[in-house]
Ligand binder design. Structure first.
Ligand code: GH3
Ligand code: MG
Ligand code: MG
Length: 326
């Protein structure tokens, strides 16, 4: 429902080349309580005015010198479609009944003949404004809904603590990355990280400090990948990087760089240093270590387990159990 005050505050433009007609309509609308009424006797000005003011209703005469009402309406319809979302509210006021149909076909929402009855034109104006304002409200609501949907879609794939992608996103992303690599006969790498003895950070400094550390690692990971790569929080203190187009050699080098960088992370909470944390990393490369999502994740996880078993703070490549990099 549109409240009366909104209707009476709606913006209305009167277009008629005869000043007396303009004055008559203006006076009538003001008496009825409309507060935002403007007018022009120059049809060539209408489109510019509408672009500037986006009127809620245009009362349009048809027979005017220089540019007739039909041409004005065509131009207004185009502005509405291109710039404002497509709803033009125009009421044609004409003394030629034979033009009524054409005006409606060209997009006028209503037509009234001159001379008109005051009560009738006021009722028609009110009805048109009600529809126009409902349309505007519906557009606004759908805009709000759209923003909400976009926000929800982002939340669904984002880890709230670190702002990295979450595991759900990884599971959507990996099949696409596999298909892409297959099409272009290229490789890519999955790096699985697990922080070493991370429980100690929580035990010694508290959970808040643990969270701060996880955020620090997330920033580090996000900062050292390319735009075509992704970083995810896979679980508590586990992270996964997918390095698009990476070869095994490239992946090992990057993993080593990150392993060292994590060791050097010097985070503090309330000015207290959190101490150093190392990380173990398992690498699986498509297609050498798996051609499906499950197989690749399993391969990276097994390599990570191997890294833990062999003393932590190291990089291990799937199936290349002797090829320890550190
Ligand atoms: P390991 O080297 O074997 O991986 O040792 P670990 O202590 O890292 O492994 P474990 O799996 O025993 O413990 C993981 C710890 O990570 C336990 C949990 O308190 C911590 N953790 C997981 N998620 C979060 C989180 O969201 N915030 C904080 N602060 N800690 C977390
Ligand atoms: Mg751990
Ligand atoms: Mg873990």
């Amino acid at each position: 429902m549109v409240v009366s005050s909104t209707i009476f505050n709606a913006s209305i433009l009167i277009v008629d080349d005869v000043p007396a007609n303009v004055e008559l309509l203006e006076h009538m609308l003001q008496l009825a309580g409309y507060t935002s009424v403007s007018s022009t006797t120059d049809p060539l000005e209408v489109c510019r005015l509408h672009r500037e003011n986006q009127y809620d209703l245009i009362l349009l005469d048809l027979m005017m010198p220089g540019m007739d009402g039909f041409q004005v309406m065509e131009c207004l319809t185009k502005i509405e479609e291109d710039e404002f979302g497509g709803y033009l509210s125009a009421l044609v006021v004409t003394s030629q009944p034979e033009h009524r149909l054409r005006a409606l076909q060209l997009g006028a929402k209503d037509v009234i003949s001159k001379p008109f009855e005051t009560l009738e034109i006021l009722a028609r104006i009110r009805n048109l404004l009600e529809i126009r304002l409902l349309n505007r409200e519906a557009k606004k609501q759908s805009g709000v809904l759209e923003e909400l949907v976009v926000d929800l879609q982002k939340q669904i794939i984002t880890d709230p603590l670190t702002d990295l992608y979450n595991r759900r996103f990884l599971q959507e992303y990996l099949p696409q990355e596999i298909a892409k690599a297959k099409r272009s006969s290229s490789s890519f790498a999955v790096l699985m990280f697990d922080l070493d003895f991370f429980k100690r950070i929580n035990d010694v400094f508290g959970h808040e400090a643990g969270d701060a550390f996880l955020k620090g690692v997330a920033r580090l990971l996000q900062g050292c990948i390319r735009e075509s790569d992704i970083a995810c929080r896979y679980g508590g203190e586990e992270f996964v990087l997918v390095l698009s187009g990476a070869s095994l050699d490239g992946a090992i080098k990057k993993a080593e760089r990150i392993r060292k960088a994590v060791m050097e992370l010097d985070l503090t909470i309330r000015k207290k240093p959190l101490g150093r944390v190392s990380t173990s990393i398992g690498i699986a490369v498509y297609p050498e270590h798996g051609t499906g999502m499950e197989a690749l994740l399993r391969a990276a996880d097994e390599a990570l387990y191997e890294a833990k078993e062999n003393g932590r703070n190291r990089v291990v490549v799937s199936e290349s159990r002797n090829e320890k990099v550190k």
